[in-house]
Design a protein around this ligand. Structure first.
Ligand SMILES: Nc1ncnc2c1ncn2[C@@H]1O[C@H](COP(=O)(O)OP(=O)(O)OP(=O)(O)O)[C@@H](O)[C@H]1O
Ligand SMILES: [Mg+2]
Length: 300
């Protein structure tokens, strides 16, 4: 991935993105996923510009950015889905040994959902409202595997994500689920084929505090049990720090800084990162045990 390593700096006064990534990536982890992308919409150019990062085998990388910074655009661009929104993509996405940007739509369909799972921002709208939960899992299974053993695999994954592993639950429609259950169903769907990489785009944004921490716990558990790498996309720095071994800060379509959460909180390098941490501290002035920085840092 020499091209990625040689990517031009996007901030002229700081180290290049490639340098930051090289400095912060744990050397013990073999990269399973390498990305360098730019993306445009017809009426908005430079939505992503030379955005580059790597994820190691089984690593959890958090991507944090404010609304409109390009997080969902990135998730769709990685999976070759941006043309559905009228967007165009340049650059490269290397998954294992394969260049995904060169694959046909058919080849990408074989990878999406099987080797790379996606959990979308809104669980309720991501599920088909007119199909029973069981039917949606049967279809997701048959998209990539033959045979009738889908039921056993589905009930197994339901147990993992702590959903009722019974026939009655399979007969429900999405409207009969709570938002938290719907999000678990979506995570179960995305991990049904035990992908090597899961991309979760704001999977907790519609959830209350308890459901949020349950989903974070669940993602941690799946990452450990399945050795599945995770790209966790969020606007919430504190929440991301509680899950991820490394955080990349996204601003206006480019990564301005990345590193382990401890370093990001104790020595933020970019003014935008400092502003994010400052906002966090001013949001929780009444917290008894010190600042949000300490609260987030205590998660590790
Ligand atoms: N189909 C589209 N056509 C034109 N511009 C778009 C389109 N979709 C998104 N954009 C613009 O691209 C930018 C990035 O959008 P994106 O949805 O990736 O942001 P985001 O970081 O996911 O935001 P949020 O946190 O609100 O989900 C925004 O300025 C948005 O207005
Ligand atoms: Mg989004």
């Amino acid at each position: 991935m020499d091209d990625v390593k040689a990517a031009a700096p996007i901030y002229v006064q700081g180290p290049s993105v490639a340098t930051i990534i090289a400095m912060s990536r744990p050397t013990a982890l073999r990269p399973v996923f390498q990305v360098r992308l730019s993306a445009d919409y017809p009426n908005k150019r430079g939505v992503l510009h030379d955005l580059s990062f790597e994820i190691g085998e089984g690593e959890v990388l958090g991507l944090v950015g404010e609304s409109g910074s390009g997080k969902s655009t990135l998730a769709l661009a990685i999976l070759g889905l941006l043309d559905h929104k009228g967007g165009t993509v340049r650059g490269e996405v290397i998954f294992g040994e394969r260049h995904l940007e060169g694959l046909t739509s058919r080849q990408m369909r074989g990878i999406r959902g099987k080797e790379i799972g996606l959990v979308l921002q809104s669980a309720v709208s991501a599920l088909n409202p007119v199909l029973r939960i069981g039917t949606q899992f049967a279809e997701a299974w048959k998209a990539h595997q033959c045979g009738e053993e889908w039921r056993k695999n589905v009930l197994d994954i339901f147990e993992r994500v702590r959903l009722p592993a019974d026939e009655e639950f399979l007969r429900l429609y999405p409207r009969q689920l709570s938002v938290g259950q719907a999000q678990r169903v979506l995570i179960a769907l995305a991990t049904l084929h035990r992908p090597k990489l899961l991309i979760a785009d704001e999977p907790t944004s519609a959830l209350d505090v308890i459901s949020k921490s349950e989903v974070i716990g669940l993602l941690k558990q799946l990452n450990c049990e399945m050795k599945m790498a995770l790209l966790f996309i969020s606007h919430d720095l504190e929440l991301t720090a509680s899950l991820c071994g490394r955080i990349a800060i996204l601003k206006d379509g480019g990564i301005v800084e990345s590193g382990p959460p401890e370093r990001i909180f104790s020595q933020p390098e970019h003014p935008y990162t400092r502003a994010l941490i400052g906002a966090l501290q001013s949001r929780v002035p009444m917290r008894a045990a010190g600042s949000a920085t300490h609260a987030a840092a205590s998660h590790w």
